[in-house]
Write a protein that binds this ligand. Sequence first.
Ligand SMILES: [Zn+2]
Length: 69
Amino acid sequence: MSDNTSHAPTVQCPTCGGPSVFEPANAWRPFCSQRCKNIDLGAWAAEEFRVPAQTPPQDAQYGDPRTED
Ligand SMILES: [Zn+2]
């Protein structure tokens, strides 16, 4: 094996679809850049805001038999 071309493994950036260097030197992997990572995180946050927050059932607080006198 005389292939000494040290090309780092690359993956497809989930945000822009471009090549992303997948190695410790790339702090934003699997994204290609901080910008793409922030975009993805922003998309996640947007999805979270679209989901209505569900309040837990309150009978869990009144279901304790020890509170019965
Ligand atoms: Zn990207």
